[in-house]
Design a protein around this ligand. Structure first.
Ligand code: MLT
Length: 231
């Protein structure tokens, strides 16, 4: 496990990266792909996202700054807005504060999967099938580890170990222990800084949605600048 701001090209090169931003960017990406989006195109800045909209067809612009809708964008970073009627057959150009940046920073990995609690089991299966070392990239908040991403990493590791024994780093073991000792995920995640931010904004429904574990079989994969379902 590593934190997005500590990812160097060398630390992920040749490995399978699983990028996690449970609250909420990777939960949004999984939902968009699950509801039939043709692709999700992650962008690190609002300007880039607006430029990309001009170049692509059938674009829906989504994302957040300070967890709120960006001026001129179609959707915020609330997974419940990514319905089939909003995103099916569309290219979702997405920019978020930490999540899309974490994806960009992982781009030298051999494979890059998008993980969250919602697809923890499925993404674990995909990572194990790759038969390489796996690095879970905790998108975090402002360069720091976030509790929600840390326990999600623990869930993914637990599901990976169900399939195949593995050698774990100390930080990976710690995430696993935290997951195994907090099966009531909310009792732990509600202590996370960003949980409080989203709750204050009245986004409890998003929290309920993002905290559901292993309810999706979708494994989005980032390749050549775009995210699609991995087969
Ligand atoms: C991010 O990428 O920083 C988050 O997804 C923020 C959010 O919850 O909207």
């Amino acid at each position: 496990i590593t934190c997005a701001d500590h990812v160097s090209p060398e630390s992920v090169k040749g490995n399978t990266a699983v990028v996690v931003d449970t609250l909420r960017a990777t939960s949004v990406i999984i939902t968009a792909i699950s509801h039939g989006a043709k692709s999700v195109v992650p962008m690190t800045s609002v300007e880039e996202a607006l430029e990309t909209k001009k170049k692509l067809e059938n674009v829906v612009l989504g994302g957040e700054r300070k967890a709120r809708l960006i001026d001129g964008f179609d959707l915020s970073n609330s997974p419940k807005e990514y319905t089939a009627s909003a995103v099916a057959e569309k290219n979702v150009v997405l920019t978020t504060t930490n999540g899309t940046k974490a994806i960009a920073r992982s781009s030298s990995a051999a494979r890059i999967f998008i993980g969250a609690l919602r697809n923890a089991r499925a993404v674990a299966e995909a990572a194990v099938a790759e038969e390489r070392d796996a690095v879970i990239v905790n998108a975090g908040t402002g360069g720091e580890f976030s509790m929600d991403d840390f326990i999600t990493a623990g869930a993914i590791i637990a599901h990976m170990l169900e399939l195949k024994p593995a050698e774990l780093t100390d930080v990976a073991k710690t995430a696993l222990i935290i997951y195994e000792t907090h099966r009531d995920l909310r009792s732990y995640i509600q202590e996370a800084h960003h949980y409080g931010v989203l709750e204050e904004l009245g986004l409890s429904e998003d929290l309920d949605f993002c905290l559901q574990e292993s309810v999706e079989d979708i494994v989005p994969e980032y390749k050549n600048g775009i995210i699609k379902q991995h087969f």
